[in-house]
Design a protein around this ligand. Structure first.
Ligand code: GLN
Length: 492
């Protein structure tokens, strides 16, 4: 395994960078400059939407001062970048939408603030699907993101900029958000590690809303250990600002790392290994499961019988919530406003027609339809009932196992434009990530190997509520025994 000394600066772990900053082997300013140069050199990936060296270097100088006077936080001086769905005071916040082009928030999202309080330095804002709606990062109003492993492939979505930037070594870590898989799937497609905590662990304050009952923030980085450090910093109650944030104290998610897997029961759902799963993904996931067995875990066959229903259920509930959340973009309070209009109604119409992209409009229409009188009972209410049954299925499964494991996505990253104008093709690819989202369970993606054309494959781990530390340990043990997460795409 490579050591800190022979690993290039841009591929080192957060723990190593934090320790080297503390030992003054380099300053926070030097480290930030190094990453800013890499970001400039790799603009063609489309990962970053905004950078501002003056802001970043000012933050880095403040970190250096705290490192010098002994008031440093746990991740003092370590750089990161934020998905552009989090609002930030010092950088524009667009949610990947023309609707918010140039928008500057007067405050920082809670997650952004917490990571800054841990000492982290912000490199900029990362591209994403418009309002986090997508599975390929092709729905951004500011252009697609390319996968560093193969520039003709998608990075996954909606946190595609976050995953590509970490995989390419443009930042050691990034934030992401996961509504139906947007941390796990891009992490899998780009060969990095990401975790979505239990719904309510991370504050949604300042996260531009897509589907409020599903949206959850989480870290994306190279390793489970890096994710554990980030998650410890970003979680915690936020009662005054997010009424769905849980009253559960922040945890040290690194505390369990290294614990034995002896006797751990890994539930493998039959429904995750059906005919739709491609052979290369199946092989890599099988190999990872065997590795976990080598480490002492025991494999248990389980069933999540409503897995297929998670697609129609999610694609009713998420658009329903989105249609309500996005009504705030009316050209009055913030964001784009049409330049010419006849009256108020015409202003709304033109503003929203111009400001939103096709996928967002599609979801607003579907959402409005399923919430309308006469259809509410037939669609929305039915979907809510099945959502409950899906959550119950998980609780039954967790009577038989401690952790659930399977693929993150049915295939490796597909070609840019590969799904053409077929939104259903994107929706179907979410099948394995949606169930945990609907149930509000923590889930993560861990590099499991490589498939077709040498593209990364992710292993998904799903835990019961509040079992993040356990998930992170399973991932950590796997990463101690394998080197998939240490591989880097050529040229990066
Ligand atoms: N691909 C899913 C969607 O398009 C999930 C997106 C997300 O998790 N933000 O809605």
């Amino acid at each position: 395994m490579s050591t800190a000394a022979d690993t290039p600066l841009h591929a080192r772990s957060l723990r190593t960078l934090a320790a080297q900053l503390r030992a003054r082997e380099f300053s926070a300013v030097e480290l930030a400059q190094h990453f800013l140069q890499r970001i400039d050199a790799h603009r063609a990936l489309g990962a970053f939407l905004a950078t501002d060296p003056e802001v970043t270097l000012a933050q880095a100088r403040a970190a250096d001062a705290r490192l010098a006077d002994g008031t440093a936080g746990p991740l003092e001086g370590v750089p990161l970048a934020h998905k552009d769905i989090f609002v930030t005071r010092d950088f524009p916040s667009t949610a990947g939408s023309k609707m918010l082009a140039g928008y500057c928030s007067p405050f920082d999202a809670t997650v952004v603030r917490r990571l800054a309080e841990a000492g982290m330095v912000t490199l900029g804002k990362l591209n994403c699907d418009e309002f986090a709606m997508g599975s390929a990062n092709e729905n951004s109003a500011f252009g697609p993101v390319r996968n560093p492993w193969n520039a003709s492939r998608v990075p996954g979505g909606s946190s595609g900029g976050s995953a590509a930037a970490v995989a390419a070594g443009l930042t050691p870590a990034a934030t992401g958000t996961d509504t139906g898989g947007s941390i796990r799937q891009p992490a899998a497609f780009c060969g990095i590690t990401g975790i979505k905590p239990t719904y309510g662990r991370a504050s949604r304050y300042g996260m531009i809303a897509f589907a409020s009952s599903l949206d959850q923030a989480g870290p994306m980085a190279r390793s489970a250990e890096d994710c554990a450090l980030l998650l410890s910093a970003l979680c915690g109650p936020d009662p005054d600002r997010d009424s769905t944030s849980l009253d559960v104290p922040a945890e040290d998610f690194t505390r369990n790392l290294g614990a034995s897997l002896e006797g751990l029961r890994i539930g493998v759902p039959d429904e995750f290994f059906g005919p739709g799963l491609s052979d290369d993904v199946r092989a890599a996931v099988e190999a990872a499961l065997r590795e976990l067995e080598q480490l002492g875990a025991r494999r248990v066959r389980i069933s999540l019988p409503r897995t297929e229903l998670s697609i129609p259920v999610y694609y009713i509930i998420a658009p329903a919530e989105a249609s309500s959340n996005l009504s705030r973009f009316d050209g009055v309070k913030f964001g784009h406003r049409a330049a010419q209009y006849d009256d108020l109604l015409d202003m709304y119409k033109k503003t929203r027609s111009e400001g939103f992209g096709d996928e967002v409009k599609r979801r607003i229409m579907i959402g409005t339809y399923v919430l309308s009188h006469g259809y509410y009972d037939a669609y929305y209410l039915q979907a809510q009932k099945i959502r409950r049954l899906i959550a119950d299925d998980f609780q039954r499964a967790f009577e038989q196992c401690d952790v659930i494991a399977g693929p993150v996505a049915p295939t490796v990253a597909w070609a840019l434009g590969g799904h053409g104008n077929d939104p259903l093709a994107d929706y179907l690819a979410d099948i394995f990530t949606l169930p945990a989202s609907l149930a509000g369970l923590p889930g993560m993606s861990v590099p499991a190997g490589f498939g077709e054309s040498g593209l990364p494959v992710g292993l998904q781990l799903i835990g019961n509520y509040f079992q993040e530390a356990r998930l992170l340990n399973v991932a950590h043990r796997l990463q101690q025994a394998t080197d998939h997460h240490l591989r880097r795409p050529e040229g990066f």
